[in-house]
Design a protein. Structure first.
Length: 327
């Protein structure tokens, strides 16, 4: 628990951003003064970051000086194209509060928004999007994930034959942007809730990106337009098997013949012995959603139940894997 909290706190206080912007190593006193923190507290935080290999230290005649490591510059500074700052803040201020009630989640088999935030747990995304600030934080966090592994899942299969693509629950549009970059002959429509679409238009996707369009709706309750390929990235793991079957059947019905659906998920080993990251994601699904992480065979079974065939599975070796089903 203490390891990530050290990283979250250094991100939140702006340690890594300050060291990047300064262009030189700084003392703990200088960092504390610039960030408005106590000298004693900052010194301990910086030393812990050194132990975690997030900062490097050098001893000079002026004293001990601190600088970012390459990993921190790439992933923990706000200005980096591969920044994970937003997802760190989401985990720090939201996910970890739900994890405090893990024992209750295990006992009850349901998410813990009610205990953590005093909001209803019956609608997970209503709870996740309980404020505009929280929704923006979640969307920015999801975008940062696709900045480092979006190309891997989209290149797992040759998607160039599909030119008309719907990204269901596409959020802030980072995966759609990666898709049109990788497949320039494609157009991608982001299908999401009206308030999500509004924020995506205002904050993340510029009008100049003409290959990306938007469709407002709730894909469980509203109609889904016809397309050649549907991308469901980190969607099915939010829901139980019945909800997954309901959504996939709906997608199959409107999918053009010869079209398909691409599932982007973190796959468990078939014996569920790992990977440990995916096992922990599944615990996170317990405290935050109605779903779970699954094996390739379990996702294949869900696709087959909806009517999809010729199912292919590709493990990327990164955070997320790809499963393609065809109609």
């Amino acid at each position: 628990f203490s390891y990530p909290q050290v990283m979250f706190t250094a991100c939140e206080l702006g340690v890594f951003d300050l060291l990047l912007e300064s262009g030189k190593s700084l003392s703990s006193d200088a960092i504390a003064a610039r960030l408005g923190a106590s000298t004693m507290g900052m010194k301990r935080l910086l030393d812990a970051c050194v132990g975690l290999k997030l900062l490097a230290v050098e001893v000079t005649q002026e004293g001990v000086l601190y600088r970012n490591t390459e990993i921190s510059n790439i992933y923990l500074t706000k200005s980096s194209p591969k920044s994970q700052y937003h997802v760190m803040m989401y985990y720090s201020n939201t996910v970890y509060l739900c994890w405090q009630y893990l024992a209750d989640a295990v006992r009850e088999g349901r998410n813990q928004y009610e205990r953590a935030f005093g909001v209803s747990s019956k609608d997970p995304f209503g709870a996740m999007y309980r404020s505009d600030e929280e929704m923006l934080k979640f969307m920015a966090g999801q975008n940062s994930v696709w900045s480092i592994c979006g190309k891997d899942v989209l290149a797992a299969f040759d998607l160039s034959p599909f030119t008309q693509i719907y990204d269901l629950g596409g959020g802030g549009g980072a995966l759609a942007q990666e898709c049109v970059s990788l497949y320039p002959n494609s157009t991608v429509t982001i299908y999401d809730l009206p308030k999500v679409v509004q924020v995506a238009k205002e904050q993340f996707v510029s009008p100049e990106e003409r290959q990306i369009t938007f469709h407002e709706g709730d894909f469980f309750n509203d109609s889904i337009p016809e397309a050649e390929l549907y991308i469901l990235s980190k969607i099915l793991h939010d829901w139980d098997d019945d909800k997954c079957k309901q959504l996939l059947a709906k997608v199959y019905k409107v999918c053009k013949p010869g079209g398909g659906v691409l599932l982007v998920e973190s796959l468990l080993n078939e014996d569920k012995s790992g990977p440990v990251e995916t096992q922990l994601y599944s615990m996170n699904m317990l405290v935050q959603t109605e779903g779970k992480e699954r094996t390739a065979a379990e996702y294949s079974k869900l696709l087959e139940a909806a009517g999809f065939g010729a199912i292919q599975v590709k493990r990327t070796g990164k955070l997320y894997d790809a499963v393609l089903g065809r109609k």
